[in-house]
Design a protein around this ligand. Sequence first.
Ligand SMILES: NC(=O)c1ccc[n+]([C@@H]2O[C@H](COP(=O)([O-])OP(=O)(O)OC[C@H]3O[C@@H](n4cnc5c(N)ncnc54)[C@H](O)[C@@H]3O)[C@@H](O)[C@H]2O)c1
Length: 92
Amino acid sequence: MAQIDLVTGGAGFIGSNLVHRLVQEGRSVRVLDNFSTGRRENLNPILSDIELIEGDIRDPAALEIAESRRCCHIGAGQEQRHYSLYFQEDVL
Ligand SMILES: NC(=O)c1ccc[n+]([C@@H]2O[C@H](COP(=O)([O-])OP(=O)(O)OC[C@H]3O[C@@H](n4cnc5c(N)ncnc54)[C@H](O)[C@@H]3O)[C@@H](O)[C@H]2O)c1
């Protein structure tokens, strides 16, 4: 069974570019994104090639579903004034 690459925030700017690249390289990709800023359209051309899970990385149930041995964590916000929220997102 092929190893799955989990990309959190895979519907965002950086994440979706990474997902496109991984798919191009023939990898099996699973995206976990809550669509707070990301857009499904960013993944439109490759939607049938990936597994897309809508969920929050701070939700243990979503993480359990999305679990993978290889993870690229891009799913976090950008504004520094929300640092405590982003600390939660980055320190799992
Ligand atoms: N874009 C840049 O030039 C740049 C430069 C340096 C660092 N960064 C950092 O890289 C990260 C990604 O940047 P981006 O430009 O791709 O931002 P983005 O907003 O386009 O992408 C972030 C993605 O993460 C998702 N997300 C956010 N919180 C989530 C959560 N709790 N659970 C699941 N998904 C969640 C969003 O829906 C979105 O799809 C950010 O932390 C940003 O600060 C970006």
